[in-house]
Write a protein that binds this ligand. Structure first.
Ligand SMILES: [Fe+2]
Ligand SMILES: [Fe+2]
Length: 274
């Protein structure tokens, strides 16, 4: 399931102002999605630069095809997130600019000063973490029916992350290799981008006028919303833990058949280019 990389150009628009608290009464989880989106126009171009630097070292045609598909998909992803992020900026949060500058500088510095091995291990550290979290969040049938446009965009992106789930692992393994190095840099990468996400979310929580609920009220809100339930630690943690094992390979990650149905739906929705 989801074993082919499809590059889809999606028609999502985001020209209207959005309510940043798009999960009702749950600013925290809404901002988790938003900060994830803010990260991507810096992180995904960095992944693309790393893959392009690796390209001339790849001698296996299958891995090379995957690498090209990865670059094409990630190129669509960050451009779409830039559109969405522009609509978030119209809703306020001026302090995000300084945080984003910091991130942009970090990723440019990694490309300019770090080894190819480091950059590929970072890429796999990010891809393994997010792909396994996505698999947990998507469950057997995705994020749900009648999703607002932003969540359809997220779901399309999630599907394509699952489609290219083996690429960063294979390229690292083929060009450089080494479990302990991948593990160490991968864990550092996960600390690097999750600390940025935490700081950006804390800023948004502090700045947002949305009422803050008590822990008890929050638990009730989350229990009643399918999307909040989907992103619970119970769904995500088991998949995350396995990525640290020596025998881990994304080739063994099984994708639910229901997700192929969703992938086909987004293929239908995509702008036809021929
Ligand atoms: Fe992506
Ligand atoms: Fe990816």
């Amino acid at each position: 399931m989801l074993d082919t990389i499809h590059v889809r150009r999606m028609p999502f628009d985001f020209s209207d102002e959005i309510d940043p608290v798009f999960i009702k009464d749950d600013p925290e989880q809404s901002f988790s999605f938003i900060t994830g989106s803010l990260l991507l126009p810096y992180l995904e171009p960095y992944l693309i630069r790393s893959m392009k630097a690796a390209q001339s070292h790849v001698t296996d045609p299958k891995i090379l095809d995957g690498l090209k598909g990865f670059i094409a998909q990630e190129g669509q992803h960050y451009r779409m997130h830039m559109k969405f992020n522009a609509s978030v900026r119209r809703a306020g949060f001026p302090g995000l600019q300084a945080l984003e500058k910091e991130l942009s500088d970090d990723y440019q510095r990694f490309t300019n000063t770090k080894s190819l091995r480091f950059n590929l291990a970072y890429a796999e550290g990010f891809e393994a973490f997010t792909m396994n979290a996505i698999k947990g969040m998507m469950g057997p049938n995705g994020l749900g029916d009648d999703l607002p446009e932003f969540l359809q965009m997220i779901e399309w992106h999630f599907i394509e992350e699952l489609e290219h789930r083996t690429v960063a692992f294979d390229v690292y393994d083929h060009v450089c290799g080494g479990y302990f190095y991948r593990l160490a840099v991968g864990m550092w990468a996960q600390w690097h981008f999750t600390s940025w996400l935490r700081r950006a979310k804390a800023y948004m929580m502090k700045t947002s006028p949305a009422p803050k609920l008590s822990a008890k009220e929050m638990a009730e809100v989350r229990a009643s919303q399918p999307l909040s339930r989907a992103i619970s630690a119970r769904n995500i943690l088991p998949g995350l833990l396995r990525i640290y094992l020596p025998g881990y390979t994304p080739h063994d990650v099984e994708i639910a058949p229901g997700l192929q149905v969703i992938a086909d739906r987004y293929s239908e929705m995509a702008i036809k280019t021929t």
